[in-house]
Design a protein around this ligand. Structure first.
Ligand code: CTP
Ligand code: CA
Length: 224
């Protein structure tokens, strides 16, 4: 309602959100992917809009539909996602919720790869993808005032996430434990620890929508 009236604590704020997996081509008909559904990024975009923000939603091929009302930018690869995020700047905040592929296939073929009858399998060479979060966090001219990343870990969650925050130069990391015993991966709930310059704050287990709403409120406070 607030957003519809052009009000809300994030009215007039422009926020870039990355979401979903990326697909990295092997040849024109095949790709490498991951299991991200895009659910948490989508919920976050909705929660930010509900507080009045203008959201640029840069998404890979997700399995959940993008929210209505965003400025939608669909991409396939990590390299396309970086270009789209850079093109969306300046922005007040950037939240990188995408599960970006860490590598792309450096020797991707421009024609469908065919079996050659020898019984030998092709060999794929991998090259590291750009780190979108780190690149945005280290922009000289137009760095968003608040840059937020996510970190899904299976062990030593807080230590790994704090190290990630320092390494990438972002302001906050939203960390979660995705080890199989938690049932978080692919589920409707999430249990996160918010890591900021002032320390680590563990939130109770909440629905992904509630995590998104709580994070959106924190972002609004930080940008106020
Ligand atoms: N990220 C990104 N670009 C990449 C890789 C990651 O923007 N090429 C962002 C993700 O969107 C997320 C954060 O960085 O917000 C952490 O992603 P994660 O995969 O946990 O970190 P990595 O640096 O890739 O480390 P790891 O080896 O643990 O995968
Ligand atoms: Ca990674």
């Amino acid at each position: 309602i607030e957003a519809a009236l052009g009000a809300g604590p994030l009215a007039g704020r422009r926020i870039v959100v990355t979401s979903g997996p990326t697909h990295e081509p092997i040849d024109p008909v095949r790709y490498i992917a991951n299991r991200s559904s895009g659910a948490q990024g989508t919920a976050l975009a909705r929660a930010l809009m509900a507080l009045g923000a203008q959201v640029v939603f840069v998404t890979g091929p997700a399995s959940v539909p993008p929210p209505e009302g965003v400025d939608l930018v669909r991409v396939e690869t990590a390299r396309e996602m970086l270009a789209a995020v850079e093109a969306a700047l300046p922005a007040d905040a950037a939240v990188c919720a995408a599960a970006v592929a860490d590598w792309h296939v450096a020797n991707a073929a421009d024609r469908k790869m065919k079996k050659d009858g020898s019984g030998r399998a092709p060999v794929l060479d991998f090259a590291e993808n750009p780190d979108i979060l780190a690149r945005i966090a280290r922009r000289a001219e137009d760095r968003p005032r608040l840059v937020v990343g996510f970190a899904a870990e299976t062990h030593d969650v807080v230590a790994h996430a704090e190290a990630k925050r320092a390494r990438k130069g972002c302001d906050w990391i939203v960390a979660n434990d995705v080890s199989p015993a938690t049932g978080i991966m692919g589920g409707a709930e999430n249990e996160v620890t918010l890591i900021t310059a002032s320390g680590a704050e563990t939130w109770p287990r909440l629905s992904k929508d509630e995590v998104a709403q709580r994070l959106a409120r924190r972002i609004a406070e930080a940008l106020a």
